[in-house]
Design a protein. Structure first.
Length: 140
């Protein structure tokens, strides 16, 4: 049973692949662990880190999207600075998330503080625009 997916658009300064995507049968944590293992990031997530795992990746500069199919939910984890590759991927793919019943996420504003919560597609796209890395603002 496909429960949803984990999509990670890596920070190109750290990982060269364009994006990572895996369908999830049971637990999204499996997808986060697979990403860590594939790129030798050294994380070993426990079941109690279900919420923290995507935040750790966002704090590392990766853009993370978690979908939950049966609830029609898409949750975005926006890094402090959205890179050109991440922005290009989002520009090419953001429309596929527009019609989820619930869209929200978390924004990393400062690695030492709690992430900011956002709700709704409109607020999400505005937050992404605010977090575009300096020098990348002219992209689309």
């Amino acid at each position: 049973m496909n429960r949803g997916s984990v999509i990670i658009i890596p920070n190109e300064d750290k990982i060269q692949d364009d994006y990572f995507q895996v369908d999830i049968d049971m637990n999204h944590l499996d997808g986060f662990q697979e990403f860590s293992d594939k790129y030798n990031l050294g994380y070993n997530f426990n079941l109690d880190e279900y919420q923290e795992a995507p935040l750790k990746f966002a704090k590392d500069g990766h853009f993370v999207i978690k979908t939950i199919k049966d609830l029609d939910v898409a949750i975005f984890y926006i890094p402090e600075a959205v890179t050109k590759r991440q922005l290009d991927w989002l520009n090419d793919n953001i429309e596929q998330f527009r019609f989820f019943q619930k869209i929200g996420g978390f924004v990393i504003n400062n690695n030492d503080l709690e992430p900011e919560r956002i709700h709704g597609f409109y607020n999400l796209t505005n937050k992404i625009k605010e977090h575009i890395k300096e020098g990348e603002r002219n992209v689309r």
